[in-house]
Design a protein around this ligand. Structure first.
Ligand code: TYD
Length: 137
């Protein structure tokens, strides 16, 4: 499976009117999994690199609901950098992708929707171990 098959950009429905904008993300509809958890990251400045891990089972959708950030993903072979710069833009990431989040703008609020409850045991935080696991697949 190539890197292209492991992520995708989602354009969420926007129900804006003269009162402002409203973006909808429904689990198992716009988001390709049942949402078990949300978390959000803010107050990380432009020098910080977050993530630096892969997940054995969790899938995610990342949305910069405010500000901007970049996400670098790799499968140990190919690499892509995606700029998150619109509140209606989602980045779907399958499991077993190595990810770095960085270049956070001062107003960045990065919302993450996850397919699982938190379990530290499904995190791979050693890049060499990740590459080894990918080669075994
Ligand atoms: P971490 O995985 O380092 O965040 P990031 O992926 O943004 O670099 O998590 C930071 C801390 O938060 C760590 O102590 C684990 C905790 N945490 C939870 O308790 N639940 C969660 O759902 C997440 C994502 C993190």
């Amino acid at each position: 499976m190539s890197l292209q098959d492991k992520y995708r950009i989602i354009n969420f429905k926007e129900c804006g009117d003269e009162r402002g904008n409203l973006v909808v993300a429904e689990g198992e509809r716009d988001v390709p999994f049942a949402i078990q958890r949300i978390f959000y990251i803010y107050g990380s400045d432009a020098t910080v690199v977050r993530g630096q891990h892969a997940n054995l089972t969790s899938e995610f959708v990342l949305i910069n609901v405010s500000g901007t950030s970049k996400v670098k993903i790799t499968d140990g072979n190919e690499t892509e950098i995606i700029l998150l710069d619109k509140p209606r833009m989602g980045l779907y990431l399958s499991n077993m992708l190595w990810k770095d989040m960085y270049d956070f703008s001062a107003d960045s609020v990065l919302l993450v929707l996850a397919s699982t409850h938190y379990d530290e045991h499904e995190y791979i935080r050693d890049y060499d171990q990740y590459v080894k696991l990918m080669k075994e697949q």
